[in-house]
Design a protein. Structure first.
Length: 413
């Protein structure tokens, strides 16, 4: 993309997205007893905190929530995310009686995510924007500045509650956010009014996908495994999702995928899984240094799978037809949807969205707090813009690398 095109894209976004608009602000009022919770575990690393403390959530007493445009209202609120409990800026789950509106989007039940691992606070939105564009992340989301009892707590992402979306909009009987071994869950949702025997039927069906892949993968070719999986899940969507994670070099995606049951097919008596991404806060990083990823590093380097953490992906990566199908799917996405121009535009969208929040007060409060020993000073506005420009270069470079790898996979006998 040449300089002229870059300037055109940026100038277009500058005016169309109104980057000079006032930032979204969420105001919270919490009780004195709730304030004490924030003193726990502050400044400690995860390794220093007992596991039982990490898993303990805090329910707030009669909190109130307002915005710059709406008065305070009572809300239900609790801390969210195991990792967020060990850092200063907690993640919060909020349920309101009356919705609030940001950028034309209404939020009633939502999460406030502190982006504790997101260096520069742009990976989350870049990933969500890209997957939203591809139809793989339908949730509403935006940036918001959080103030608790009038004290600035910095920059957060406000995102629609996944379980609320699954229940009220999608009306699926089941969704589960898988962990690294695929059919265990970090979180799950059952619609008891629809599902008959959820614990048995859904989990056993997910396990069956792993068994099918284990018994039917083939180095020689043939579409047997692909056809078997296509009957039980959106395998094309899953392979595309994995390929785009590779493009983003998302080192933390294995436990950030929701599997949910297609409600229309379930009404016809069939369990059929679809997928949706969740967190994208650790982009442009290496896969987790787990034994599986270290042992199968060569497989990661020669296929389009970016992680070998779950057994399902390890078996899929052994199948010749699956690899070629994944290559063809990703090639189509890169050539028709995620072109170099489109990816640069996506980066500029994030730059436009974050620009109103790059104030001294907000950045001071938003200090990167995943590891206090790694960084204990605020970002500057220019530093974040520079980091975003570097991420754009990495993204375009990775796209070119993957197109070359795709051609090798498709030409292989």
């Amino acid at each position: 993309m040449n300089l002229k095109n870059t300037l055109f894209v940026f100038c277009t976004l500058l005016f169309s997205l109104e980057i000079i608009a006032a930032p979204n602000k969420i105001f919270l009022k919490i009780a004195d007893s709730d304030k004490e919770f924030y003193k726990e575990n502050i400044g400690k690393l995860a390794i220093d905190i007992p596991l039982v403390n990490i898993r303990t959530r805090h329910q707030f007493i009669a909190p109130e929530v307002g915005t710059q445009d709406t008065p305070y209202q009572q809300a239900e609120m609790e801390t969210r995310g195991q990792g967020c409990l060990i850092v200063f800026r907690k993640c919060l789950g909020i349920d309101l009686k009356d919705s609030i509106t940001f950028s034309g989007q209404k939020f009633k039940k939502f999460d406030l995510v502190s982006m504790r691992e997101d260096k520069g606070y742009t990976d989350t939105h870049l990933g969500m924007n890209i997957f939203n564009y591809l139809g793989m992340f339908p949730l509403k989301f935006d940036y918001a500045e959080l103030l608790i009892n009038n004290a600035n707590w910095g920059l957060y992402t406000i995102v629609e509650s996944p379980n609320s979306y699954f229940k009220k909009e999608l009306k699926t009987p089941f969704s589960g956010r898988a962990n690294g071994i695929f059919y265990k869950f970090k979180s799950r949702f059952y619609n008891e009014k629809i599902a008959k025997n959820p614990e048995v039927e859904f989990v056993s069906d997910l396990k069956s996908l792993v068994k099918i892949a284990s018994k039917n993968h083939s180095h020689k070719g043939g579409d047997k495994l692909y056809k078997m999986l296509k009957w039980k899940m959106d395998i094309d969507g899953y392979l595309t999702l994995l390929g785009v994670h590779n493009l983003l070099q998302n080192g933390d995606y294995s436990d950030e995928i929701y599997f949910y049951v297609d409600p229309e097919k379930y009404a016809q008596g069939k369990i059929y899984f679809k997928v949706m991404i969740w967190d994208t806060d650790v982009l442009f990083s290496r896969p987790h240094p787990t034994p599986y990823n270290m042992f199968w590093k060569s497989r990661i380097n020669r296929t389009l799978f970016y992680s070998m953490e779950n057994k399902f992906d390890r078996k899929l990566a052994l199948d010749k037809y699956i690899n070629k199908k994944m290559a063809a799917l990703l090639k189509d996405v890169l050539l028709t949807k995620l072109t170099s121009v489109k990816l640069s535009e996506m980066v500029q969208v994030v730059r436009a969205k974050i620009s109103p929040y790059l104030t001294e007060n907000a950045l001071r409060a938003s200090i990167y707090d995943f590891n206090p020993k790694e960084r204990n000073i605020p970002y500057s506005a220019q530093e974040i813009i520079n980091m975003l420009s570097s991420k754009e270069k990495l993204l375009l470079q990775r796209r070119n690398e993957l197109l070359k790898r795709i051609d090798l996979i498709l030409k292989a006998n």
